[in-house]
Design a protein around this ligand. Sequence first.
Ligand code: FAD
Length: 385
Amino acid sequence: MKQVDVIVLGLGGMGASALASLAGRGVDVLGIDQEPAPHDRGSSHGGSRIIRRAYFEHPDYVPLLNESFEGWERLEQSSGLPLLHRTGVLLVGPSSSSILGASRASAEDHGVPVEWLDPDRMRDRFPQFSPASEWSGLFEPGGGILNPEAGVRAHLDVARRAGASIRRPEKVVSIDGDDDFAVVRTGREEIRTRRLIIAAGAWTASLLGDHCEVPLIPHRKAMIWFEAADSEACSSNRMPAWLIDDGDPAGNYYGVPTWPGQPSPGGVKVGYHGFGTVVDPDDPGEITPDVVERFAADLATRMPGVLGRPLAARSCLYTMSPDQDFVIDHLPGRRSMVVVAGFSGHGYKFAPVVGEIAADLAIDGTTPRPAGFLGLARFEAGAKP
Ligand SMILES: Cc1cc2nc3c(=O)[nH]c(=O)nc-3n(C[C@H](O)[C@H](O)[C@H](O)COP(=O)(O)OP(=O)(O)OC[C@H]3O[C@@H](n4cnc5c(N)ncnc54)[C@H](O)[C@@H]3O)c2cc1C
């Protein structure tokens, strides 16, 4: 049976980063993906991802984000590719918005530079978001937009140059392991490995089966690109990346402006952060015209006159954890296996630091990085909420 020191299963945003980190540490590492090349059937495509540090989801993410920003900058230097476009990030909503409040608190706790914009200043500075309302804003000038396809390719290039092996397309059909070794079965052969990093995105639950009781559920989400009705108001000179909290408990519209070097199809890209439609990742289905119409109608009331006709609609997968925080840990009773999954629609910006944590856990058995809050122990009976 073939043997390698570490296998990374899945080479999307997280697996590509873990592969680069391990190869950079001189580890004998093999990456496997079921697709022939970086692709648009998982979670790491669509031309843009928002990156910000003022983090309403949980303030403990901020130190990880500080390391991620450094990681993206290093990756830009080593790959020579532009990956991070600093447009700033604007959170918009009533001054009572819990998202604005929690983001402001995490920024204050961790010294992240942000500006609070009261409704008058919002109207002056960002008139795109002022439908005769009393919306305030929290502006983070250091935030921006990442190009996920370029990021995956850059991590894979760095990994290859550092000596990583890659096998694709090759589907892993089953995995097993104990505390010492894991076995990966593909359509071609069985491979024994000392450590297995499972970074299989929306396919993670089907691969883990009974090895993990925490549900990690794939949801289909829409990405819709709209023509810029006013090209200047929609360009990154005037429009940051944004998220609107108008009090709807189901979720929030967010978007990114047009920017120089933006991939096709151009225009303003809009999404809706919240639960989607639960799907089989092998058959996720299409975005239907009624979804596009709903986006257009909702955005016409929130950003009147700013967006033009829809240009394209594509799907992408969220993998939702029960509390929408990531799952990064060894599998209990099977310490040869490390899972990095459940990114719940906000993980891409963390790819550099997630790769380092996965490599720490695989090689050293523990990580010095403050990621304990993302471990599986939080789901155990009696764990603190
Ligand atoms: C519409 C949308 C908008 C988002 N916006 C943001 C944002 O603004 N900011 C942000 O930070 N995050 C955002 N995210 C979340 C972020 O993109 C994801 O958290 C991240 O891309 C997840 O990466 P991954 O490596 O876990 O999954 P993936 O990139 O899907 O990688 C998993 C890989 O595993 C492979 N694989 C699976 N099963 C097997 C198998 N059996 N054998 C071999 N290979 C296998 C797949 O082929 C795939 O390549 C968004 C996500 C979506 C869908």
